[in-house]
Design a protein around this ligand. Structure first.
Ligand SMILES: NC(=O)c1ccc[n+]([C@@H]2O[C@H](COP(=O)([O-])OP(=O)(O)OC[C@H]3O[C@@H](n4cnc5c(N)ncnc54)[C@H](O)[C@@H]3O)[C@@H](O)[C@H]2O)c1
Length: 259
């Protein structure tokens, strides 16, 4: 087991990439705090982990709210005494053309995707500094690197913010033995991407299946990610083998973006 007895906190762990990541970290030996704004879904992830003999805690928390972040971290520490791995995964978007993005879209998306990532990182880093040890893994997106199929411009900007803060946070936290990296998923089959696909199918007047086929056809490796493809990269970045990797943002995208 590569992560035996390590403690991992995953935000947005109730669904999609966050859930798959929480399960993969547990399968690698970690105890997991599954946090989500949807408390019941966080609990379902924690319950699945417990049934595999690993310890797990579910926390209902909104990462856009600093009081919630503080409560989430305190609950994690009360239960496990430490946090070795933080996966900043919670994220939101909606598919919209550049001319249809509203102030409400901007605020909603940046509150979770940029502000939420930063303040979770800062709060957990406070504990990791005391431990002189930590791995922080942010789920960004190839949208932050110019992917033409990104759901909207505000979302792309929020993911660019994650990639930027990953670099500086890595440099400023390196002296505390804390590594900070990002994973940039490409098209990944989850509720979030299904909602985007439905809008695109409607716009193009084709069936969902046809839109899915067209989407896969644009990917050099001809397949969209499953959430487990992202989880595998997170487990590697949390492992001993990645001890000298920091400040990087790695694409997992079947070759969509060559950077
Ligand atoms: N699915 C893709 O194609 C894709 C591609 C690139 C990047 N990503 C990124 O991966 C991450 C996970 O996306 P997903 O596709 O699994 O989405 P999802 O919608 O399936 O799951 C997101 C989870 O985050 C939770 N969440 C939303 N707002 C929250 C908040 N304020 N506080 C706490 N939890 C909150 C939701 O309840 C949900 O359980 C996001 O950051 C997303 O931007 C996804």
């Amino acid at each position: 087991m590569t992560l035996t007895n390590q403690v991992a906190l995953v935000t947005g762990a109730g669904n999609g990439i966050g859930r798959a990541t929480a399960l993969a970290l547990a399968a690698a030996g970690a105890h997991v705090i599954a946090a989500d704004i949807a408390g019941q879904q966080a609990e379902a992830t924690a319950e699945t982990i417990r049934s595999s003999q690993r310890r797990a805690l579910a926390v209902q928390a909104d990462v856009g709210d600093l009081a919630d972040i503080d409560r989430m971290v305190r609950q994690a520490l009360e239960t496990f005494g430490q946090i070795d791995i933080l996966v900043n995964n919670a994220g939101v978007t909606r598919r919209a053309d550049i001319m249809d993005v509203t102030e409400q879209d901007w605020d909603r998306i940046h509150r979770v995707n940029a502000k939420g990532v930063f303040f979770c990182l800062q709060r957990v880093a406070r504990e990791m500094i005391l431990q002189r040890n930590g791995r922080i893994i942010n789920i960004a997106s190839i949208a932050g690197k110019g992917y033409v199929g990104a759901s909207n411009v505000a979302y792309a900007a929020s993911k660019g913010a994650v990639i930027g803060m990953t670099k500086l946070a890595a440099l400023q936290l390196a002296k505390h033995n804390i590594n900070v990296n990002s994973v940039c998923p490409g098209v990944t089959r989850t509720a979030l991407s299904d909602a985007n696909l439905q809008v695109r199918a409607q716009q193009d007047g084709v069936t969902l299946e046809e839109m899915e086929r067209r989407r896969a056809d644009l990917i050099p490796l001809k397949r969209a990610n499953d959430p487990e493809d992202i989880a595998a990269m997170v487990v590697f970045l949390a492992s001993a083998g990645a001890r000298n990797i920091t400040g990087q943002s790695f694409n997992v995208d079947g070759g969509l973006i060559p950077d």
